[in-house]
Design a protein around this ligand. Structure first.
Ligand code: 1CP
Length: 359
């Protein structure tokens, strides 16, 4: 696919996240936090009051405001679009809701080939989201990046097959193994929706993107390679415009999959807190060459006080530097190993960002 530069993309100036993601030396360690927009912020709770989660994702001014809140408060180096992995499916017409305290829930789970045939496909852009991106880009400073995102096909499929959040993903794995042709059909049906969703964000001017395969860590490497990797690879390679911007790929508990996941073709690999960054980099490098690392402070550490945060930050930066020195990585973007936990005090997040920027 020919990369056509979006006229809406800003020329970022001295932007630490973009510099680190493209292998340049940033002026400070870039940091953003997964789930930085959300319940940890009182201004988020006020803005969302009385508005269902999925409704808020289709309200341009509101989604822009919520996206910008953590950037204003914490001085993070990137905003992440306020949305959800199920928004493109909702926009395509699927009967899906986000239940407070639970997550995405589907009225009619997808279990058969006929169900897959009925799954709506996103045909075009989602105008409310594109309008929201325009508002965000107008307010961000030239050193602050906007990260767009999508859920990877496996993680999305898990919600569709299970019907909601799942502890063990047993129905999903059962479909993979007992009815592989139905599984592949589902993957093939989801992939174009994800590509369309990402392509329109890219066209609207996002500066980087993250593909969340949050639950991929539940799979064996063998199953990941057979049932998941081809589709994530297609998205990271063939989404129109995607090679214009840094591509970040992340999953939880993926220590054993880092090599295989890195083969999907991202520029940056997100690492959860379970694997030290230097070891993660060795696994990635061995599989697909040196990439930029993202991570990997344990989100629970934000409850432990600034001295602990400082100590852990130092350790993580040292491990990232060792990986870069060894030629196993080409840069480091600081993040948590997964999302901000909902009860995290907002002040602890602001202070952590300052500590990470300090040294
Ligand atoms: O009422 C509320 O406030 C709902 C909580 C909430 C929020 C704030 C949900 C429901 N989604 C979101 C926003 C969201 N979701 C963002 C943007 C905010 C930010 O990062 O700052 C992003 C990137 C997501 C992506 C997302 N949704 C993922 C991948 C990231 C991850 O955390 O691994 C996943 C797995 C989801 C599904 C989902 N949506 C919501 C919940 C509670 C869940 C998880 C449910 C489960 O445990 O299975």
């Amino acid at each position: 696919m020919t990369a056509i530069s979006s006229p809406k993309r800003r020329a970022l100036i001295d932007a630490p996240l973009l510099d680190a993601a493209t292998g340049k030396t940033p002026r400070r360690t870039p940091v953003w936090f997964m789930r930085q927009a959300g319940r940890s912020l009182p201004e988020y709770r006020a803005a969302r009051e009385g508005i269902p989660m999925l409704d808020s994702c289709f309200m341009p001014e509101l989604l822009a405001e919520i996206t910008l809140q953590p950037v204003r408060r914490h001085d993070v180096d990137a905003a992440i679009l306020f949305s959800d992995i199920v928004v493109p499916l909702k926009a395509a017409g699927l009967d899906i809701d986000i239940v407070p305290g639970r997550g995405p829930v589907l009225a009619d789970p997808i279990r058969t080939a006929a169900d897959v045939d009925k799954l709506p496909v996103l045909e075009g852009e989602v105008p409310e989201v594109l309008k929201g991106i325009g508002i965000i880009l107008a307010e961000l400073q030239p050193h602050q990046a906007l990260i767009g995102f999508a859920g990877a096909p496996f993680t999305l499929a898990s919600y569709l097959v299970e019907g909601g959040p799942s502890k063990n993903h047993e129905k999903t794995k059962a479909m993979m193994h007992a009815e592989p042709q139905v599984w592949h059909k589902l993957m093939q049906r989801l992939t174009p929706t994800i590509k369309t969703w990402l392509a329109s964000q890219i066209d609207a001017g996002i500066d980087a993107m993250q593909l969340f395969d949050s639950w991929a860590g539940f799979l064996t490497e063998r199953d990941y390679r057979e049932f998941v990797l081809p589709y994530s690879t297609e998205i990271l390679a063939e989404t129109p415009g995607i090679t214009e911007i840094p591509r970040i790929h992340f999953g939880v508990g993926t220590g054993e999959l880092l090599g295989a996941m890195s083969e999907a073709g991202s520029d940056v690999m997100g690492v959860d807190w379970r694997v030290p960054l230097d070891q993660a980099a060795q696994r990635i490098h061995a599989a697909s060459g040196a990439k930029v690392l993202q991570g990997n402070l344990d989100p629970a550490i934000l409850f432990a006080g600034n001295d602990v945060v400082r100590e852990e930050t130092r350790r993580i930066k040292t491990e990232a530097a060792a990986a870069i020195d060894a030629g196993h990585a080409t840069g480091h973007i600081f993040n948590l190993g997964h999302g901000v936990l909902p009860n995290t005090p907002a002040e602890a997040i602001t202070e952590a960002v300052a500590i990470i920027h300090e040294s």
